[in-house]
Design a protein around this ligand. Structure first.
Ligand SMILES: C[S@@+](CC[C@H](N)C(=O)[O-])C[C@H]1O[C@@H](n2cnc3c(N)ncnc32)[C@H](O)[C@@H]1O
Length: 215
């Protein structure tokens, strides 16, 4: 069930930004949080990048500094309008991630931040299949999202955040074995091994995953 705080955070961008900035303190601040999924990836001016569920361009604005071929997709017209004002260099697509109006094998990198936990389990599977479709062989899905903390000290903060701002899908998401799901759908790790590459941050309450489409 959604609380009024969730509604407000989507209605008033400053509330979203403040919550995001406070949450980011656990990994060293907003700037670091936004760059975490991009670390270790080579992004050049010709790299074709998709920022999936881009919201108000928190990461799109970084991606357009590195690549001249950034597409950003979101289902919300309001988010797209905000993003366009912040990072006008990107090409924007208003669409659902589970049915992207984008060609097969067109991106080297699909990035997504803090969005997958908002999806129903079947919807998430469909989105990941779509990501696999639009990635070029050897391309990478890089995402950051919630994870069940390994350090018990991080549970109270995460549970409070999720209770105020999230819905049941976030609780389902942190119980999902993303590495198993990605492997089942056909993603592999960077060295071709079965599992995608994952690093945990903030006591394990955040996961950063790099999952590759096989060559
Ligand atoms: C929590 S926000 C994250 C936004 C941004 N990535 C960030 O890190 O600030 C989730 C975003 O996903 C978008 N979204 C939710 N469901 C979607 C779907 N099925 N297809 C495309 N976008 C979706 C919402 O409109 C929202 O902008």
């Amino acid at each position: 069930m959604a609380t009024i705080f969730r509604t407000w955070s989507y209605r008033y961008q400053w509330i979203y930004n403040t919550v995001s900035a406070v949450a980011a303190l656990a990994v060293g601040g907003e700037g670091r949080l936004r760059r975490l999924p991009l670390m270790g990836l080579k992004i050049e001016p010709e790299t074709a990048v998709l920022d999936l569920c881009c919201g108000a361009a928190a990461v799109t604005r970084i991606l357009v500094q590195q690549s001249q071929r950034v597409t950003a997709l979101d289902a919300s017209p309001k988010a797209i309008a905000r993003a366009q004002a912040i990072a006008p260099q990107a090409t924007y697509v208003e669409a659902f991630a589970e049915a992207m109006p984008l060609p097969d094998q067109s991106f080297d990198l699909v990035h997504s931040a803090a969005a997958f936990h908002e999806m129903e389990p079947e919807q998430l599977r469909q989105i990941l299949k779509e990501v696999l479709r639009v990635l070029k062989p050897g391309g990478v899905l890089a995402f950051v999202d919630l994870h069940a903390p390994r350090n018990p000290l991080f549970w109270p903060g995460l549970a409070t955040f999720m209770g105020l701002f999230e819905t049941e899908t976030a609780w389902q998401f942190i119980q999902t074995d993303m590495l198993a799901l990605l492997a089942e759908l056909g993603f592999v790790g960077g060295d071709g091994c079965a599992n995608a590459d994952r690093t945990l941050h903030a006591g394990g309450s955040l996961q950063v995953v790099h999952a590759y489409k096989p060559l």
